[in-house]
Write a protein that binds this ligand. Structure first.
Ligand SMILES: Cc1ncc(COP(=O)(O)O)c(C=O)c1O
Length: 428
């Protein structure tokens, strides 16, 4: 697989030019840290080396077209929704309740209303095709589904895309956690999604910030480029672009190794279960340990693992989430097994993490977010309308959305979530 961006950067840095152009580091931070100089192409008007590299990515993933993002899946999600805004006159997005906050912020900025699809469990994004079909109405512009979710839950994309397409509606998939599926043949763009946002940086060897917007319909490429240019910096990082370019060559050359790594993750799951751990069902790239079933809170188990030299992706009252990558070293799995084998099991205790809250929506997220607000103690917020976006990261998922009325149960859950102060609409 050719690497046009990397080759250009290598060439340019070998020439030792006097750098009378941005950025100010003049190659000191990295010789590849450049800007849109002659020949370097330009991310939002890509027709040279960046476009060639994007085409390589599209071919590897089976997409109609791919756009690079140096602003993570956050920018790719803005790109998906902004593109939709240009091609649909409808105003409502059906979205899984536990979507990442970037869905909410994009809808606030673009003026979309959101109709929430509720899963059975906190943080799950697994919604049935029947439920999606029940929610679709004449104002539905698209369905937005996250798959994989933070615990590793996966959605039936094939079935949901069939529902969407039967109703003439686009399916947008937040695949931030699933870029590695380029190897496993179940990438949502193959299964029927119309657009997907993939954080290359989460599960592929790519610098933080590197992500893809994949399009089924290549004709939408110019529209999506314009939209991403509206939200993204006009100085995207060439270090990230280089890393996205090199990722193509990794994908093309490391299929067997990557599939072996995935096998090793699944083997570790089995080994951990055989020594008494209970695991939540999860996708191929993570292990979600039910810490409580082993006698710990998720926080305590994560702390113990930290003390033994392992930092995990996320922990909460009940679970510890370990996220791997196709470039994970084999010895990591062996060491992890040894560490976890030697952790003493304690008594079983079970508690609920968070109940699935369904607060009443009073005004749109946009209206609430841009209305006059005040910040109050969460304990005093019952009866008020939420005006801000409050959530710990990870998982970066708000429990109560702007525009929704906060009730007593919301207050309890928000405080457990670590939200002690909250913005509410001042005039309501
Ligand atoms: C489900 C989900 N979607 C979107 C995002 C945003 O991705 P990025 O950090 O690449 O902007 C995240 C980030 O963690 C996420 O977990």
């Amino acid at each position: 697989m050719n690497t046009p961006v990397h080759d250009f950067l290598t060439d340019y840095s070998n020439k030792n030019m006097i750098r009378c152009h941005m950025p100010g580091g003049k190659g000191m931070n990295s010789p590849f840290d450049i800007t849109e100089i002659d020949g370097a192409d330009s991310l939002y008007e890509a027709d040279g080396i960046i476009r060639k590299s994007e085409n390589n990515t599209a071919a590897l993933f089976g997409a109609g077209a791919t756009l690079f993002s140096c602003g993570g899946s956050t920018l790719a999600i803005q790109g998906m929704l902004g593109t939709l805004k240009q091609i649909s006159e409808k105003n409502t997005i059906i979205a899984g309740r536990y979507s990442h906050k970037s869905l909410l912020t994009a809808c606030i900025l673009l003026g979309f209303n959101i109709k929430w699809a509720y899963p059975e469990e906190y943080l799950s994004t697994v919604i049935s095709p029947e439920e999606i079909e029940r929610l679709i109405d004449s104002d539905t512009a698209a369905v937005f589904i996250s798959s994989v979710d933070y615990y590793g839950g996966e959605v039936d994309i094939t079935a949901i895309s069939a529902v969407c397409h039967r109703h003439g509606i686009k399916l947008l998939v937040d695949n931030a956690h699933g870029a590695y599926k380029v190897f496993t043949k179940n990438h949502p763009i193959i299964l029927g999604a119309d657009m997907t946002a993939d954080s290359a940086h989460k599960t592929l060897p790519c610098l933080t910030g590197g992500a893809y917007l994949h399009l089924r319909d290549a004709a939408l490429y110019p529209t999506a480029k314009n939209v991403m240019g509206m939200f993204g910096s006009s100085s995207p990082s060439y270090l990230i672009l280089d890393s996205l370019d090199l990722c193509n060559s990794f994908i093309a050359g490391n299929k067997e190794d990557s599939l072996r790594t995935i096998k090793e993750i699944n083997a570790l799951k089995k080994s951990l279960e055989s020594i008494g751990y209970t695991l939540k069902k999860s996708d191929d790239m993570r292990i979600t340990v039910d810490a409580e079933a082993y006698g710990y809170s998720g926080y305590d188990l994560a702390q113990l693992l930290r003390e033994k030299g392992t930092e995990c992706e996320m922990s909460d009252e009940k679970y510890v989430v370990m996220l791997f990558s196709v470039s994970q070293k084999a010895e990591d799995f062996e060491q992890l097994y040894t560490i976890m084998k030697n952790l003493p099991r304690k008594g079983f205790s079970e508690s609920e993490i968070h109940t699935v809250l369904k607060p009443e929506c009073i005004i749109s997220p946009r209206e609430a977010y841009f209305s006059p607000k005040e910040t109050i103690k969460t304990e005093n917020a019952a009866g008020r309308i939420c005006g801000g976006i409050h959530c710990p990261c990870p998982p970066c998922v708000p429990l109560v959305m702007p525009g929704e009325r906060i009730d007593g149960e919301c207050v309890k859950e928000l405080i457990r979530y670590g939200v002690s102060f909250i913005e509410v609409c001042a005039d309501r």
